[in-house]
Design a binder for this molecule. Structure first.
Ligand SMILES: Nc1nc2c(ncn2[C@@H]2O[C@H](COP(=O)(O)OP(=O)(O)OP(=O)(O)O)[C@@H](O)[C@H]2O)c(=O)[nH]1
Ligand SMILES: [Mg+2]
Length: 374
């Protein structure tokens, strides 16, 4: 075997230790086999599309560009953040036309299955549906993306639908900002309905309530005890409660549970001014109640638009958006401030051992944070 045929990455000091060799090929008539000595293997860089290309792509409803635009706003890289904001600025005027619907419920309440059935129903009506998810656990567990993909199999293949799994949290605004911005991009791409799923485990339903027009809570039957224990707070956020999986032998119980929820909703502060939140039954397996849910939402939209409540809520949400971004940015800058990072563990220790009060420690940290204006 000639030296020439050793691969160029073989160790020149130990040429025999090379585990692969290049065999001389058959020389074709008039052609010479040459070995490029200076070829360097490089990972191909994916071409980043320009803002203009993304704007055009999104506005024309190009799914590839839509996905790329959302990836840009979801990126945790600082240079992408500014590019994403430039993109959003250009799309903002084209957003806002969809109805935004939030769906929450305990794990296993059937949210994804409901979205599959409801989304497919809406697509059959000729509407275009975008599905987004907020998964508060996604940064830890990788989210329920896999499960959702299989549960929304039919919808994910529907050309009128677009499904985007939950983004992971990171600096510069976290999941809240990313979902809100993904929603605006979907609207600019011409989707008529935005469905946002979140598992109801605390904070996330408040976040979702703040970005949607209509918010519904999926519950299960036999909720007698659950009802007692359920935080009144969540019920007060809901424009509708859906007693889900009302099929087979469960249907009768579902009707009973619906009455119980309706009774409670009747006494609660309404989630939306001028709208009486009620409970309904529904099954995503039989499809019963799906049409009724859409009728309720259409009715809600009509009423809200004519009374001005709809527009008022959106304005309020826009305003709150600034404050949530400020909070995120402050949080990020504070905890990433080099000197704060340096002092924090020591101060934490001193507070734990009782040498300092928490307030004194915080005071020191804030003085450090503010002293150089960073
Ligand atoms: N009988 C019946 N079962 C249902 C219905 N909807 C969902 N299921 C079942 O309930 C289980 C959970 O459904 P999912 O849609 O994954 O529930 P989820 O609320 O999205 O769950 P997480 O995303 O994990 O929070 C699955 O096994 C579904 O097949 C329904 O209308 N009727
Ligand atoms: Mg789900």
């Amino acid at each position: 075997m000639s030296e020439d045929l050793k691969p160029e990455w073989s160790d020149p000091n130990e040429p025999d230790k090379c585990s692969s060799v290049i065999k001389r090929g058959q020389e074709l008539e008039g052609q010479q086999v040459t070995i490029e000595r200076n070829t360097v293997f490089q990972k191909r860089k994916s071409m980043e599309p320009s803002i203009e290309a993304l704007v055009d792509g999104v506005l024309s409803g190009n799914r590839g560009q839509l996905a790329r635009a959302i990836t840009l706003v979801e990126s945790n890289a600082e240079q992408h953040f500014h590019k994403a904001q430039e993109l959003l600025q250009k799309l903002l005027a084209h957003s806002g036309k969809a109805i935004r619907i939030g769906i929450t419920g305990v794990p296993g309440a059937g949210k994804s299955t409901f979205i599959e059935a409801f989304g497919t129903y809406l697509c059959d009506l000729g509407l275009r549906v975008a599905v987004l998810a907020i998964d508060p656990s996604s940064s830890l567990s990788g989210g329920s993306i896999l499960g959702d993909k299989t549960r929304m199999e039919q919808l994910s293949r529907n050309p009128r639908a677009f499904i985007r799994p939950s983004p992971t949290a990171g600096k510069l605004g976290g999941v809240h900002r990313k979902t809100r911005e993904a929603m605006l991009i979907c609207e600019a791409a011409g989707f008529d309905v935005i469905l946002i799923e979140t598992v109801g485990v605390g904070q996330s339903e408040v976040i979702i309530r703040d970005m949607v027009d209509f918010f519904m809570l999926l519950v299960l039957t036999g909720a007698g005890d659950e009802l007692q224990g359920m935080k009144k707070g969540i019920m007060e956020l809901a424009d509708a409660v859906l007693v889900h999986k009302a099929d087979g032998s469960n249907k009768e119980k579902a009707e009973q549970t619906r009455k119980e929820y309706s009774r409670i909703l009747h006494f609660l502060q309404p989630a939306t001014k001028g709208w009486a939140s009620k409970a309904y039954i529904c099954s995503s397996i039989t499809g019963e109640g799906i049409k009724e849910v859409w009728d309720v939402i259409k009715n809600f939209e009509e009423k809200g638009k004519s009374s001005g409540v709809f527009a008022e809520r959106r304005k309020g949400q826009q305003r709150d958006w600034i404050y949530s971004l400020i909070t995120d940015q402050l949080h990020y800058s504070f905890f990433h401030h080099p000197e704060v990072k340096l002092k924090l563990p020591q101060l934490e220790n001193e507070v734990m051992t009782g040498e300092k009060t928490a307030a004194t420690a915080v005071d020191i940290l804030f003085n450090t944070f503010l002293s150089d204006g960073k």
